[in-house]
Ligand binder design. Sequence first.
Ligand code: PMP
Length: 463
Amino acid sequence: MPKAVLAAADDAALLADEARYCSFGDTVHYTEPPKIFAHCEGSYLYDGAGTQFLDLQMWYSAVNFGYANPRLNDVLKRQIDILPQVASQYLHPTKIELARTIAQDAERKWGRKGRVHFNVGGSQSVEDSLKIVRNACHGKSLMFAFEGGYHGRTLGASAITSSYRYRRRYGHFDRAQFIEFPYHFRGPRGMSKEEYGEYCVAKFERLFETEYNGVWDPKAGQCEYAAFYIEPIQGTGGYVIPPPNFFTGIKRVLDQHGILLVVDEIQMGFFRTGKLWAIEHFGVQPDVLVFGKALTNGLNPLAGVWAREELISPEVFPPGSTHSTFASNPLGTAVGLETMKMLAETDYESMVMSKGAHFLDGLKDLQKRHPEIGDVDGLGLALRAEICEADGFTPNRKLLDRMVDIGLAGELEHQGRKMGLVLDVGGYYKNVITLAPSLHITTEEIDLGLALLDQLLVKAKRG
Ligand code: PMP
């Protein structure tokens, strides 16, 4: 237990004020009543009454290195005494050092020179990437993206995000053409994962067969689409992991037709999958890479874009091409730089892969006892458990909603005391537990998480 849990606030009074004064336009009211937390540490959140909640989603992977990580918090505190704020039209050392660290890493891995452009949130950096791509492709404004893909809720990012629900009320902004992603568990029967990947690549490639397929002018050798936006593993789409050969197939088609590859690492970056960038598992090189979330472990927001020199050099992307007041804020860049130093000092790859293997084994075990778990899968500590009817296939969103509510009620049992479990829901059918625990989670905490999931399933199935 933490030393000082905040005194139990009057949650009922706070919720009444929230209902009166806060917009409901965000995602808070996906849960009723919304939950108020008062304290956090490591893998745990605490409510005002001091109840401990094991968090298996860590702010959708923004807090990869544990809540209140002492090393990162200390850097933030130190930066407050050195240079807490400065307008983004001036330079400060950690901005330059962080950009250099990311660009040098990319150059080492991919042999490509590039530059980094910072912004505050993921969606804003996706917007910046759209500017970079549209500018480099001389104003081409159309993009490919995946069914099940998520790139943010600003207008430009919503246009390349598959859900029509996010766009419906706001008019049109060059909606992407959405391409089938090899979501094997729900793919055509009788196809292996690899075969389904090849099938999706072939289906994409078919678009370029003749001019009548609608995207390619063979006489001019031009595609109407500037770039393909991908998540290496679908995040909001339900932690769907494609077969290993998939992106090499997609990239071959892109290269043949002069289309850029933009990799969105906002959720899967920073060792979530056991590599700094999830795309490193798949043997292709991005032209543009967007990152955010865990860069600052959920402290001062910072996100950014890395792009190949040809796309972002001062000649093509000159001063004033884009700007935001809080872009490259010094509290964010100081923490981001420390994150990168921490990642370079520890073997995160082995650590994450072995913890992920242990967690996945436990999920497979759980699946044997609960036929409602239709599918489990994982890469590093990005894991999925798909909640279904007893047939192990028909999506059962209601059961998962009940599990989430019971977890948030904080009434599970552990060693004679009450505990809660924080889960995130994703997937095409909103029936997938998308598990993104702290990368610093211990084996004991993983086992605790599995025991709590077991309890949750038993309770939720009782109705
Ligand atoms: N891309 C991906 C893959 C994401 O997961 C998210 C956030 N869930 C975003 C973009 C948008 O980032 P933000 O919420 O910081 O705007």
